[in-house]
Ligand binder design. Structure first.
Ligand code: HEM
Length: 413
């Protein structure tokens, strides 16, 4: 969310700098006193309790198609092409279109078996940490959390190595718009988003032509071949959903790696416990996802008039189910503000819920598990370099909670 807004919520500035650093006290207050909160300046209902968030995500009276809820700014003819691309993403579709796209993409995914990804992830993780070691200390986000998921998803999709930097730039620019298009955005963000879509379209056209002539073992080739009830993806659907795979499978996992490590630095006893019991890593990753969720909130539009906690949600209203708040709801989780890697029964909503549940969750989990295994195997001590945890800064993106920098001193074995 780009701009700050004063709210009527005990005079706190919702979506302001304090909330960017630590949104959890705000969520706590909303859950307790305003579980269905109308944020006037956003024109959206903010829903914060676990049961309500799960309901919004599950009930088909809420639509995932948010295109009409976009700002007037992005609906102008100049920026309309951005919205047109977004409207073809499966994440914006309701049934039956959503299932058609999702099953085509699932078919392509089935070609990229996770067992085959694991050695690739292990090698990349190991190489990146070796580079970090050679640099003798450094910044974990730029040197590890950003490149690992990016290199993996680009390789799985089938983007040639030499094109990685420009594709990453296009994806970042598009992802920012795709996550924030129903808020007022700085003009230059929209301009770069627009340019990125145009450049990516040209790139993809050429790449598809190459793969049609000579198929390779990657997601793009599998998408070109995939058919559902005799139908294939159209050119626009291919563009939008390749963008979706590249963006959804990249920054989110970056956030998870940074937030997970920051949580362990905040709880040194748990770091030690985890290092002594690495079989707990998969369970710890679930706890990182719950405790500091990469995706903070999603968006839906009411398809009819509804009521929630006596609040009238009207047909066409935008609703933001805050999954990061649901994951801290004491009605669902005991001591929710404590990070506990031994937590069982951890039914968090960090990958969503219902029909749009994240199809990349297995890949994201695998990348995180392999990352912590590799890091612990190579390092005997990890500490924050020359700053306190409270000094860590988060990116200016309320929808995605991601550290800007994580400077570390790692003592390697
Ligand atoms: C920690 C990493 C990740 C997190 C936290 C995450 C989170 C989410 C969430 C919350 C949704 C639901 C969106 C909604 O209901 O509106 C979602 C959907 C999606 N995710 Fe992920 N994701 C992650 C990694 C990945 C990866 C690695 C991929 C691909 C390789 C991926 C691809 C997708 C796609 C394509 C959708 C749309 C599904 C649909 O609309 O049916 N995600 N993700």
């Amino acid at each position: 969310m780009a701009s700050r807004r004063a709210s009527g919520l005990n005079n706190v500035e919702i979506f302001g700098p304090a909330m960017q650093q630590n949104p959890y006290p705000f969520y706590h207050e909303l859950r307790e006193s305003n579980p269905v909160y109308w944020e006037k300046s956003l024109g959206a209902w903010i829903v914060t309790r676990y049961a309500d968030v799960a309901w919004v995500l599950h009930d088909s009276r809420f639509s995932a198609n948010r295109i009409e809820a976009a700002t007037e700014q992005i609906k102008t003819p100049r920026y309309r092409p951005l919205l047109d691309v977004m409207s073809h993403k499966m994440s914006e579709k309701d049934e039956p279109d959503h299932m058609r796209l999702r099953s085509l993409i699932n078919k392509a995914f089935a070609h990229v078996a996770l067992e085959r990804c694991e050695p690739l992830i292990r090698n990349r993780a190991s190489d990146l940490l070796d580079t970090f070691r050679t640099a003798n200390g450094g910044e974990f986000m730029d040197q590890y959390s950003v490149p690992l998921p990016l290199l993996i998803i680009l390789q799985l999709v089938g983007v040639p190595t030499q094109d990685t930097p420009k594709v990453k730039k296009w994806c970042d620019n598009f992802a920012f718009i795709a996550l924030n298009y129903y808020t007022q955005l700085p003009e230059e963000k929209l301009e770069t988003g627009l340019k990125s879509v145009q450049e990516f379209r040209d790139f993809l056209k050429q790449r598809i032509a190459e793969l049609e002539a000579q198929p390779e073992d990657n997601l793009l080739s599998a998408l070109i071949a995939a058919e559902h009830e005799g139908q294939k993806l159209s050119a626009e659907e291919m563009l939008a959903n390749t963008f979706l795979l590249l963006t959804a499978g990249n920054e989110t996992t970056t956030c998870l790696l940074g937030n997970g490590l920051a949580a362990l630095l905040e709880y040194p006893d748990q770091m030690q416990h985890l290092r002594q019991n690495p079989e707990l890593i998969p369970q710890a990753v679930e706890e990182f996802l719950r405790f500091d969720s990469p995706v903070q909130y999603l968006g839906r539009v009411a398809k009819e008039d509804l009521e929630l906690h006596a609040q009238p949600i009207k047909k066409g209203d935008l609703v933001l189910p805050v999954i990061a708040s649901a994951n801290r709801d004491p009605e669902k989780f005991s001591d929710p503000d404590i990070m506990d890697i031994e937590r069982t029964d951890n039914h968090h909503l960090a990958f969503g819920h219902g029909r749009h549940f994240c199809p990349g969750s297995h890949l994201a989990r695998l990348e995180a598990v392999v990352s912590f295994e590799t890091l612990f195997a190579k390092a005997h001590e990890i500490r924050l370099d020359s700053m306190r945890l409270t000094d860590l800064e988060y990116r200016e993106n309320f929808a995605l909670r991601c550290l800007k920098k994580l400077p570390l001193q790692i003592d390697f074995r």
